[in-house]
Ligand binder design. Structure first.
Ligand code: F6R
Length: 243
């Protein structure tokens, strides 16, 4: 694992965006894996700036988002599809047909997960996966567990995840209890991976992700099995990092 540790969230976001921009320039038809959440908002903002001011071109880029709440349609304002449209897609020149998402309202969610895996395979796999991490060290929506499915699947969200995500909903009861997510295998099959984390609430998750022990009880720790991972951390998230 490699580390880029910055003083501020803003610097972390810019460093990560620069890394992604270099990857897009090196391979204009790159396949990206994308996260939602608060963490990557600054990175998306900087990528939009690079597009608008420096001509960073997304016209050949293909994207696969990591996860989606089960039961929320793409136009629901708390769906991850809606978040991505609003935060990033509508501000750059990604072609709509190159945007891929797990469909939260699919009648047969297992078949939907299978479709997603096949779609990833069909484009030749993910070149660069961008991740955030939960306070419980989940990646995508792979929650701590005794064992984890390798491929995309339907997951019951952990209580702390529902709690953490309730900040975006009017009432905690409104937070969906299930999601469709890429599995840890889908993530680890990506050629390169970067993970962004900021703030002291993530320090334990980052410790568990970097401390040399691999366990599905700390899903982020599985990234230690991958040979090309870069962590972009602000100094608060990095306090307990073991390099
Ligand atoms: C979201 C995702 C999650 C988030 C994680 C951190 O698509 O895959 O793993 O990255 O829950 O969320 P924030 O950034 O809101 O702290």
């Amino acid at each position: 694992m490699r580390f880029v540790i910055t003083n501020t969230y803003d610097e972390m976001s810019k460093e990560a965006a620069r890394f992604v921009a270099e990857a897009v320039k090196a391979k204009p038809d790159i396949v990206l894996g994308l996260p939602t959440g608060s963490t990557p908002i600054g990175m998306y903002k900087e990528l939009i700036r690079l597009h608008k001011e420096e001509g960073l071109d997304f016209s050949q880029v293909t994207t696969f988002n990591l996860d989606e709440y089960r039961g929320l349609s793409s136009d629901h304002d708390q769906s991850y599809r809606y978040f991505m449209e609003d935060t990033f897609f509508k501000h750059v020149n990604i072609k709509p047909e190159n945007i891929n998402f797990l469909v939260g309202t699919a009648k047969d969610p297992e078949a939907e997960c299978q479709r997603y895996e096949e779609a990833i395979e069909k484009v030749g796999g993910i070149d660069l996966m961008i991740l955030g991490i939960g306070v419980n060290a989940h990646i995508g929506f792979n929650e701590p567990a005794k064992e984890l499915p390798a491929n995309s699947y339907v997951v019951q969200l952990a209580e702390e995840t529902i709690e953490a995500n309730s900040r975006f909903f009017e009432r905690k009861e409104d937070v969906p209890k299930e999601a469709l997510t890429m599995g840890v295998g889908s993530i680890l099959r990506s050629r390169r991976i970067i993970l962004l984390a900021n703030g002291s609430s993530k320090k334990d998750a980052i410790y568990g992700t970097t401390n040399g022990i691999v366990t599905t009880e700390v899903p982020g720790s599985l990234l230690q099995l991958h040979q090309d991972v870069v962590l972009f951390l602000d100094k608060e998230a990095a306090v307990k990092v073991s390099k």
